[in-house]
Design a protein around this ligand. Structure first.
Ligand SMILES: [Zn+2]
Length: 295
């Protein structure tokens, strides 16, 4: 597999678990009536007009920086019991694709940008006895206290009712195995890999800043669900109905878009299907637009 991006001693690989016209527009976003013209103008990799559904990908990233390897976001996972039909007992070749980049036994850290069930699934696989155990046997799994307390607190019960108990099959086994580290943010996992607090979608949502360790410059920002769809570049106020802190999420999104528009650094989002590198430009009226990357 070829890297999506490389700079100095750092390489980023993109692994797509699946893509699907999965969610009706109105289920994904709040307040889409005023955006119907923009939605109708989207291409087929962003929107399926026949079903009025948004096309979403599930993406993970493998970052190799001076020999240190991080896996960022682990999708829905295989064989997980889930409420949503499409995710229930999903079978994909995600692990084979990751294994083309790195032997799972050689992954140093696993980072879930946030603790939603479509970002933690491949944290675990089943052992011979059918128990959920860490997929990456020698990795440290990095969490922060805000999301750890969120996922073990009362607000998470609603998510488990909607999705299935992904704490029990995808996160708790990592703690039981002694492979979880609860870190303070920002956290430098390696010279080129920094976890930063980007709250909103969950209280402890993080983005991962990937740096060229030689120059210290930012190569890309793996942005998780700070942004779910390209629609939110031109309309940062558009908020996912799954966000737990909607106003905070918008402020986080605007700050990321501002940085990317000013610097030309690409975002690597969790669900955008139409672009592997999401470049952002200024639209000339104080807002943002998707750009071709020329800066
Ligand atoms: Zn997500």
């Amino acid at each position: 597999m070829r890297p999506l991006l490389s700079a100095g001693d750092t390489e980023i690989y993109r692994v797509e678990e699946y893509r699907s016209a999965m969610l009706p527009v109105e289920e994904m976003f709040i307040g889409t009536e005023a955006l119907r013209l923009q939605i109708a103008a989207l291409g087929p990799d962003d929107y399926e007009a026949s079903s009025d559904r948004l096309v979403m990908a599930s993406t993970s990233y493998v970052v190799r920086s001076r020999g240190f390897v991080a896996v960022v976001d682990t999708g829905v996972g295989n064989g997980k019991p889930r409420i949503r039909d499409m995710w229930n007992g999903l079978t994909t070749s995600w692990l084979e694709e990751v294994s083309q980049v790195v032997d799972p036994a050689e992954v140093d850290v696993v980072i879930n940008t946030h603790l939603h069930c479509d970002h933690v699934g491949w944290n675990t696989t089943t052992d011979a006895a059918g128990a959920w155990v860490p997929t990456f046997p020698n990795a440290r799994y990095l969490f922060n206290e805000l999301d750890r307390s969120f996922i073990t607190g009362p607000d998470a019960r609603v998510m488990f009712e909607r999705n299935g108990d992904f704490w029990a099959d995808s996160i708790e086994p990592v703690f039981v195995a002694g492979q979880a580290d609860v870190v303070e943010l920002p956290h430098r996992a390696a010279p080129g890999i920094v976890l930063e607090h980007a709250p909103g979608d969950t209280p402890g949502h993080m983005v991962v800043r990937v740096l060229d360790p030689s120059s210290g410059s930012t190569v890309a920002i793996i942005s998780g669900d700070a942004l779910h769809h390209v629609l939110q570049v031109a309309t940062p106020g558009l908020t996912s109905s799954f966000c737990s802190m909607k106003e905070v999420a918008e402020a986080t999104r605007r700050a990321l878009l501002e940085e990317c528009a000013a610097t030309g650094v690409p975002l690597l989002p969790g669900h955008v299907a139409s672009r592997e590198l999401l470049y952002v430009g200024a639209d000339g009226e104080g807002g943002f637009e998707v750009s071709d990357g020329a800066h």
